[in-house]
Design a protein around this ligand. Structure first.
Ligand SMILES: *[C@@H]1O[C@H](CO)[C@@H](O)[C@H](O)[C@H]1NC(C)=O
Ligand SMILES: *[C@@H]1O[C@H](CO)[C@@H](O)[C@H](O)[C@H]1NC(C)=O
Ligand SMILES: *[C@@H]1O[C@H](CO)[C@@H](O)[C@H](O)[C@H]1NC(C)=O
Ligand SMILES: *[C@@H]1O[C@H](CO)[C@@H](O)[C@H](O)[C@H]1NC(C)=O
Ligand SMILES: *[C@@H]1O[C@H](CO)[C@@H](O)[C@H](O)[C@H]1NC(C)=O
Ligand SMILES: *[C@@H]1O[C@H](CO)[C@@H](O)[C@H](O)[C@H]1NC(C)=O
Ligand SMILES: *[C@@H]1O[C@H](CO)[C@@H](O)[C@H](O)[C@H]1NC(C)=O
Length: 738
């Protein structure tokens, strides 16, 4: 009787949770900060006496640090000269675009002529800012991207006084773009400033407001029978946004979208709510439901005005101990481009190559889902970058479920408004975003807006996602959730468990506690300090609950470690932590045969510039400074295979292969019938078309629950063994996160 009652409660809670989740979401999200140690200390002009507007010497320490991740931070609006934000009309320079109207995403050529101004050395400092909408006050609004004329033309511009740069015009939901030519003012020797000296005619963007960039996300409480598509447009909820889809050659289903947005009032500081701000447009989400593992779903984004291109997604394998599944895993992506923007030359440029490799793999069905653990776009307060990033990832994020959690560059900030939960480190790495764009634009089944943790099952793998930017100590909400979650996975059903978080729990790094500034009252953000805390608070849980592997980012490198069990504190090394090393097989696969502790993988290689902090610790079995991602495949309940795909140089080689072997687990508490019943219940759940028919659903499931409970009693169940199916849902309720 107690078992049945408990189950009834849990299922009822589940249904209520789902109903609540379907209501419009409250304002939401999360917090976090550490500066990454970049080996680049910014490039400075090596010309004598000629200082660039972008010269590091004129940037504040904070802007300098930030600019190492996103070059837009180099543009200091307070050092831009223009009259009332308009262009100084004295110069005779001319800037022209080769088209007056283009479709969103198309390329234009922007040409500058000096018209009789004889070229001299100062021409080396001319740059073009791209603005959308046209006519922006360049002292108050950042360009969406910029190009250095001399760089783009290999010096020709400096010699001849004319030159061109190519720009791809991503939509930022404004129907115009224009281009402004800047020169560096040299009169003031103490500080350089930029003068706006010419402005182009506006270029019209023909479909700037249309729905774009679908990504497959997953609703809270996801159980395999549905998926959520999220996209953006420039049209609000009154324009009829909806998803049209069908499975196979069936008839189309049309689902109205729920629409949300945010604005500068939701953001925490500069530049996110000021110089880098632009309205994100409207974020639409709609669910496909009543689908099954492996289903291929054709879909279109619609509103009253247009129907998008055709997209196709594939549902991942359903839960099962031998359900083969492959996940793509990485962190620290950023964005790149193939146009002439300087914006991404120094940082994140390889992400376009990694993204292209992911797109090719998605097309070939080489993976079933993607998990990106923190540091997504590096927009860091410049909203246009989120748009560029959405466009970059669409080819793969629109095809399979895409889950993510937040890193310091999404979350960390020095001040959070009342009611929000601040990050642990208190720096300004999110550029004032404080988690708002990341969580609104990229929903996941996270427990709540300020509770960026969740777990989902793909095939034979339970993926547990934590947020390293907020409290993870055992008594914290996240710490308690983590223990509940890990303790409740039924390993006879879901034999593999992996954890993903942004800052590494094991790291070969010199970034130690002593050389880091610590914000008063906040945690030391150094690699070694955070590792220490994760070793103390989280790693013992991973060992206790036999988690197979942990994945991290933050350091932009690949490191695969021994199977590790923390002993002691601080100054970790192989002799106080490694319980097993892999053995290299003749096929080049490093095999961890029943290692008895989790293997750690750092995969901070999605495209952001490498962090060269490693010293070659013996606990690291393999390390690379290459861009790429891990494909992790559960072959069956005993064999989990991973390979590191190099992707920075086009589609490269597999650089590392590993296999984790674990023994077959025998159920100690349940029996086959219980598993079958659970599977049926889950199937039934997934076949319910919509969560909104609340009364019916509740009635059906309460009845089903009692029916199953009665049968179960007759079979004299012992206890608990299917607890895990509902654990994320019950914990969601416990945390009051809905
Ligand atoms: C403008 O230039 C781009 C190349 O930068 C080219 O792809 C495009 O076709 C040109 N547009 C027109 C209208 O000539
Ligand atoms: C270089 O050219 C610009 C633009 O014609 C002009 O304003 C500036 O005075 C010149 N500087 C020198 C040092 O000749
Ligand atoms: C222009 O290109 C050179 C060489 O690629 C690079 O060193 C320099 O940093 C670039 N200029 C700027 C302002 O980034
Ligand atoms: C939605 O957008 C239209 C213009 O397209 C505007 O007239 C209307 O007021 C907006 N509605 C809301 C609720 O913002
Ligand atoms: C490794 O750690 C142990 C325990 O903290 C310590 O005694 C030992 O000296 C360390 N070894 C090295 C090589 O650092
Ligand atoms: C599990 O997969 C491995 C690797 O593909 C294979 O060698 C092994 O035989 C499989 N085990 C079972 C029980 O199928
Ligand atoms: C990366 O992608 C860009 C843009 O498509 C391309 O121009 C470049 O050649 C690629 N780099 C490598 C090393 O393949």
């Amino acid at each position: 009787m107690p078992t049945a009652t408990r189950r009834a409660c849990v299922v009822t809670a589940f249904v209520l949770a789902c109903i609540a989740a379907s209501l419009p979401h409250a304002r939401a999200f999360e917090s976090a900060n550490v500066k990454e140690r970049e080996d680049e200390k910014t490039s400075t002009s090596n010309k004598v006496e000629l200082r660039s507007f972008f010269d590091a010497r004129d940037l504040s320490a904070h802007a300098l640090e930030q600019s190492s991740h996103n070059a837009l931070h180099r543009i200091d609006g307070t050092r831009v000269n223009a009259v009332d934000g308009r262009v100084l009309a004295t110069s005779g320079f001319e800037i022209r675009v080769n088209a007056s109207s283009v479709a969103s995403g198309e390329r234009v050529t922007v040409t500058v002529s000096s018209n009789g101004n004889a070229p001299n050395a100062t021409f080396a400092e001319h740059w073009i800012g791209a603005y959308s909408p046209a006519g922006a006050d360049v002292t108050r609004t950042a360009p969406v991207k910029y190009a250095m004329l001399t760089n783009v033309t290999n010096g020709e511009y400096e010699r001849t006084g004319s030159g061109s740069a190519a720009f791809d015009l991503t939509t930022h939901r404004a129907e115009t773009y224009d281009f402004v030519l800047f020169a560096t003012r040299m009169s003031d020797l103490s500080e350089t400033s930029a003068m706006a000296i010419a402005r182009s005619d506006p270029v019209k963007l023909t479909n700037a407001l249309d729905p774009v960039w679908p990504r497959v996300t997953l609703p809270i409480g996801w159980n395999g029978g549905s998926a959520r598509v999220t996209w953006q447009s420039g049209r609000n909820a009154s324009h009829g946004a909806r998803l049209m889809y069908r499975v196979g050659g069936g008839s189309y289903t049309r689902v109205p979208a729920s629409t949300t947005t945010y604005d500068e009032r939701d953001l925490c500081g500069e530049p996110a709510n000021g110089f880098g701000y632009r309205h994100p447009g409207y974020i639409h989400s709609a669910d496909v439901s009543n689908v099954r593992p492996g289903d291929v779903i054709e879909y279109f984004l619609q509103d009253f005005h247009v129907t998008s291109d055709r997209f196709e997604m594939k549902m991942p394998p359903g839960e099962g101990p031998d359900a083969r599944v492959t996940l793509a895993l990485f962190a620290d992506m950023g964005r790149g481009t193939s146009d002439d923007s300087e914006t991404w030359r120094a940082y994140g440029r390889p992400s376009i190559n990694v993204s292209a490799a992911l797109a090719a793999d998605a097309l070939d069905e080489k993976f079933d889902a993607v998990f990106l653990f923190g540091d997504l776009s590096y927009a860091t307060g410049f909203a246009s970058i989120w748009d560029d990033w959405a466009a970059q990832i669409e080819p793969w994020a629109s095809k399979v479920p895409f889950i993510s959690n937040m890193g310091n560059h999404e979350m960390d900030y020095s001040s959070f408004p009342d009611g929000r939960i601040a990050d642990l480190y208190g720096g300004r790495d999110s550029g004032g975003e404080c988690g708002v764009p990341a969580t609104r634009l990229y929903p996941t089944p996270r427990a709540g807006p300020d509770s960026d943790w969740f777990a989902v099952t793909f095939g034979a793998v339970r993926v547990v996602s934590m947020n390293t930017e907020v409290d993870f100590s055992p008594s914290s909400p996240q710490g308690k959730w983590l223990e509940r979650e890990l303790s409740s996975v039924d390993r006879t059903q879901t034999p593999w468990v992996i954890l993903g978080g942004h800052r590494p729990g094991i790291i070969d790094s010199t970034d130690g506690p002593d050389d880091r500034d610590v914000v008063p009252g906040k945690r030391n953000p150094s690699d070694l300090s955070v590792m220490d805390e994760l070793q103390r608070d989280v790693w013992p849980l991973l060992v206790k609950y036999e988690v197979n592997a942990a994945f991290w980012g933050h350091n932009h490198a690949y490191q695969r470690s021994c199977a590790w069990r923390a002993i002691g504190e601080g100054l970790f090394n192989a002799s106080n932590g490694c319980v097993a090393y892999s053995r290299l097989g003749s096929d080049g696969v490093a095999v961890y045969d029943k290692p008895g502790a989790p293997v750690s993988l750092l995969v901070g290689t999605g495209g952001a510039k490498h962090t060269r902090n490693g010293v070659g610790h013996a606990f690291t079995e393999k390390a690379f400074y290459e861009f790429g991602y891990v494909r992790l495949t559960a072959h069956n309940r005993t064999h989990l295979y991973g390979e590191y795909q190099e992707a920075g140089s086009g589609y490269g080689d597999v650089l590392d292969k590993f296999m984790i072997i674990q023994p077959v687990r025998v159920s100690t508490t349940g029996d086959e019938d219980e598993a079958v019943l659970s599977a049926r219940l889950e199937r039934a759940l997934s076949e319910v078309k919509t969560w909104r028919g609340a009364a019916t659903i509740m009635a059906v499931f309460v009845c089903a629950t009692f029916g199953i409970g009665a049968f179960a009693m007759a079979r004299q169940w012992k206890t608990e063994s299917t607890r895990h199916r509902f654990s994320i849902l019950t914990s969601t309720m416990d945390d009051g996160a809905l």
